[in-house]
Ligand binder design. Structure first.
Ligand code: AMP
Length: 416
């Protein structure tokens, strides 16, 4: 958080009122940096990931512009277009913007794949001041003549690096090609690989660059540790860990969809209320699972990296890396699901002997080793048949015990 206040950033009274209802007191660094620039009409490149407050960083000034411009949106058109790579992120942006604009007279619509399109078509019939969309379905609806982008004056591309990872970049370029040249454009990305730099040059005009140093925001509050465990013992260890009631809201990450299903089923058999989310589930099933987790009906959410992208649920006490990710940056993204909104969190990695190189890569990225807890490393190729004993093999990590080593706050690039 910074010394600035939202008032000092030049936001209007109806927006300030909405922020006060949301309990936002101080702008986050990305908000303090980006809001004045966007209000001044600049194109902005924001280097920040989910969890830093970037939705409000682009959303608040955008809403203020739209309200001030007082242009009536035409049927089947939009004034501001926000592109997001995943359905979850699109929904989250949509919901946040609705909250921020509760005292403004602006219309909203969200377009995403994986659900029936009829309601989305109906929502576009009268046009929408703000349209949040995933690229594929947006192009479908444009192709079916349910929408035109001729009068879009504001564009946001969120999680641009993820658009590349997920193969949406051609769609994004096609969409940008349909927009008027005269517009304000904002692009947010957690990382800046070469492809994103190209896109920035194509889409933004003389952009101002705002970068947040993420380690200041999230990592210091996350205690991180690793259990060295045989692959065949991971599930038992997870069960043992969950006997700790402090693990009240837990996200378990797996590399594969199949793995996510298996763990959720096994946890349910052991009496733990668990839900799995991954790309093979319908949008409704994913939303239901997320809602159960958010409300506390499910204690554990088992997720793949992609499905978890953009999940914004407060009060996640623990993140368990059941499998270590193939790309080290994904680890940092995963653990960022805990310790949100000022809370503390614990990240536990379960590392089997074959995953040693992945652990090393993670530690290199973090620039420190993870604290080792519990059983010592079993010999290579000798999966232990012993069940971990909760007193010895699985001592429980606690946030306060592991005051934290500094992590670089990057972000994941692998697909599940
Ligand atoms: P985002 O990075 O946009 O996904 O935001 C992460 C979380 O921080 C969301 O739950 C927001 O509601 C919350 N948030 C954003 N800005 C602030 C702020 N200035 N003060 C408190 N919470 C915030």
């Amino acid at each position: 958080m910074s010394d600035t206040s939202f008032e000092m950033l030049g936001l209007s009274e109806p927006i300030l009122r909405a922020l006060s209802t949301e309990g936002y007191q101080t702008p986050t660094p990305i908000q303090a940096g980006a809001i004045p620039l966007v209000l001044a009409g600049r194109d902005v490149l924001g280097l920040a990931q989910t969890g830093t407050g970037k939705t409000a960083a682009f959303g608040l000034p955008l809403l203020q512009h739209l309200a001030a411009e007082k242009i009536a949106v035409k049927p089947r058109e939009a004034r501001a277009l926000i592109l997001a790579p995943t359905r979850e992120l699109a929904l989250q942006i949509f919901e946040n913007l609705r909250l921020y604009s509760r005292h403004l007279k602006l219309s909203h619509a969200v377009i995403l794949g994986g659900v029936n399109q009829n309601r989305q078509i109906a929502a576009l019939r009268n046009g929408a001041d703000i349209l949040v969309a995933t690229p594929g379905r947006l192009l479908d609806l444009i192709g079916q003549k349910h929408l035109r982008l001729d009068h879009v004056t504001h564009l946001v591309i969120d999680e641009a690096d993820r658009m590349f990872d997920m193969g949406f970049i051609r769609d994004v370029r096609r969409i940008v090609g349909l927009l008027p040249r005269k517009r304000q454009s904002l692009l947010f990305s957690a990382t800046m690989p070469g492809e994103v730099a190209h896109l920035v040059n194509e889409v933004l005009r003389q952009p101002a660059r705002v970068e947040v140093s993420p380690k200041v925001i999230a990592a210091p509050r996350i205690a991180q540790c690793v259990y060295h465990v045989a692959a065949g013992d991971k599930r038992t260890l997870l069960n043992t860990l969950l006997q700790d009631e402090d693990m009240s809201r837990v996200i378990v990450f797996t590399r594969t969809k199949h793995g996510a299903n298996k763990i959720a089923t096994q946890l349910a058999k052991s009496g733990y209320k668990a839900e799995a989310i991954h790309g093979n589930k319908s949008q409704n099933a994913r939303q239901r699972a997320l809602e159960d987790f958010r409300s506390g009906r499910a204690r554990v959410l088992v997720a793949t990296d992609i499905a978890a992208r953009g999940i914004d649920i407060d009060g996640v006490t623990h993140v368990v890396n059941f499998d270590l990710p193939e790309v080290a940056e994904s680890y940092v993204h995963r653990i960022g699901r805990t310790a949100r909104a000022g809370a503390e969190g614990v990240a536990i990695a379960l590392c089997d002997p074959t995953e040693q190189p992945r652990l090393k890569a993670i530690e290199r990225l973090l620039k420190h080793p993870l604290e080792v807890i519990g059983a010592s490393l079993p010999p290579q190729n000798a999966a232990s048949k012993e069940r971990p004993n909760s007193d010895t093999a699985a001592p429980r990590p606690r946030a306060r015990r592991h005051r934290n080593p500094r992590a670089r706050y990057g972000r994941g690039r692998n697909a599940a």
